[in-house]
Ligand binder design. Sequence first.
Ligand code: ADP
Length: 272
Amino acid sequence: MPNTDYTPWYVSPKRPCQLSDFDTEPPSKGQSTESELEDHLVDMGEKLDKLQSTLHAAKTRGLLVVFQGMDTSGKDGVIRSVFTHVSPLGVRAEAFGVPTDLESRHDFLWRIHAKAPARGEMVIFNRSHYEDVLVTRVRGMIDEETCQQRYNNILHFESLLHNAGISVLKCYLHISKSEQKKRLQARLDDPRKHWKLQPSDFDDRELWPQFTQAYEEALSATSTPESPWYVVPADSKPYRDSFVAGLIVQTLENMKLKTPKPTFDLSKVKLT
Ligand code: ADP
């Protein structure tokens, strides 16, 4: 079971983030078996379901969980595994692809803000506003000055959400280049997975160092104690899922949510 102290995976705003300082594999010390990780995931999933009910009832806080990572890092998979036990009524997942014509004529946060959680809601972003300082930067769609402006815009936006009671938890799913090769090969070998492949998956792999640098800069510029980035070891799927589930549970527990008191005297209710 992953350690419940997540500090080693937190991106400290105090020093530049170097992804090579973070392991893509689970820590070897106190390593859990696959069945222990599965049990932990079920425990965390059930807790998450209860916490989500309280979040919904209290309506004092909201949670936004952002998933970013290289292609095949497991954004879809982690969402499927971690939220299996949560009522579909209690969670909303949003995915962000290439902006539409209308979206690209607005400021880059327009489409993001529209999908942000309200108090009482838990929302998952599969890709996010961070694409606007990652793929856009690597592919030369924005210049350095725009990128710096966007980091500031993101800091202000996330601080705005925080002030409204919405916590933003950001997970970078960290895989090694060799693990990505295995996963891309598995997709090439399985005709049922061919639909998932895009030419950009292979082009982006060629740009691995550029993406790594863009991630390092974005994570360093935008990790704050209120809206932290965590670098999740993601080469092992069971470890990744268990880690993320525990981290979300911890974030919700730290909110110290309380179910509201009844608004009328229940002792006076007489069922006929
Ligand atoms: P995924 O690759 O996550 O399974 P898609 O196949 O829909 O999902 O791909 C989404 C694509 O959209 C990715 O290549 C991503 O880089 C791109 N994208 C997302 N947001 C932006 C953006 N703001 N600007 C340019 N491209 C973006």
